[in-house]
Design a protein around this ligand. Sequence first.
Ligand code: SF4
Length: 447
Amino acid sequence: MEQAADRLSVRWYLGYNLDESLPDHSSLTRIRTRYGVEVFRRFFETIVDQCQQAGLVWGKELYADATKVQANAAVSSLKPRFAVEAHLNTLFSVPEGQEQQADEILPYTVPVASTLPLSEVEGSAANDHPWREEQEAAALPRQLHPSLEPGVCEELTKVNSERHDWIEQGGKPNREVMRGNYQRMADWQISTTDPDATLMQVKGGAHLGYHTHYVVDGGKARIILQALVTPSEVMENQPVLDLLWRARARWKLHPRQFTGDTTYGTAENIVALEEQQIRAYVPLPDFDQRTQFFGQRDFRYDAERDVYLCPNQAELHLLPSGCTDDYLQYRAKGSICNTCPLKAKCTTSKTGRRLSRHVAEEFLEKVRSYHTTEPYKKAMRKRSVWVEPLFAEGKDWPGMRRYRLRRLWRVNCEAFVRATGQNLKRLLKKRGWGRHPWPEGQKIPFF
Ligand code: SF4
């Protein structure tokens, strides 16, 4: 609003006359709160729709990447999570018998973003607001297609309710999921300025921030098909499948390949993509180079007999006791290995050489076989000039280096506006800018 008051070009662009008063600065905050992130998403998707109608979306190749963006909060605002939560509970606890009074005092302090659970605002005077209906409609479970059989509908509803939908949750991670003994910093530290931002390492040290994820079309116009902001602790590979499936379903795309960097090369992503007949063009780590002994490449897998054959032609059989959910273990007999002339190059174990095989090794092998092909090399070359410059453009022009707003749903709104601006630039380049209507629809300028 300050910019619009100071700059004639912005005032003209917004359609305000010189003598017309601008809305109060708090209007933007109120409008954003009232709309919620869902309206910003619809706005973003409407522009992508128009890009598609203008022939700017190709849809055969999809690219994904993410960038770190600083939050509007300082590292010094980090405090122990338990202390902050205890403080907030004390601060907002309502003594018995005073609930009615509290509702009258707090109608505008209740968060109303569609990403927040409605239970948080239950019983509040906010329930009577006209936008309440819209919020409730957004919170209702999505209706499945009527042509689906009831049994299939039930099954799909159950599966969907059990999985973490990154888009539905507005980029919020599921803190209940624990991976072994790994302790996330964000589980015990929280910023009092922006509780959703988490610690990240950038040039110049540690900062609080977010990850902005983009899925970009491989066509010449490089249209951003999906955008999502998550706390920086969320790795790039985690929300990518949800973003890809939404892009595919929303614009009825039939991509033949997906390209991403090493972070996207997880077994879960690769299996999901390959099962949908989408080639996963992602680099895979080469563990064989990290060992002085024979690597997996030196062993040959016999799928029919489910055994590995070592360079000395000895067999490695499945070892059920060593298997996990993700990996199968194979082992050669200790008596054979101990007399093997190649043992010095193979293992130091007295019980025989062991080898791990991922349960999705078949798919991983398929992806490895792409690495020598020209389309894969071309896709990797293209990736570095397709997605990364979009982030550079966002950081140079629309101020993507640091979010201005705080809280996850607000930075998501900000990201949608930025991504829409980037898409609009391409759409207007194709369509032309046309004539801008004068303020209040005047045909003749007022001066
Ligand atoms: S040490 Fe065992 S597994 Fe390794 S090459 Fe010799 S026989 Fe094969």
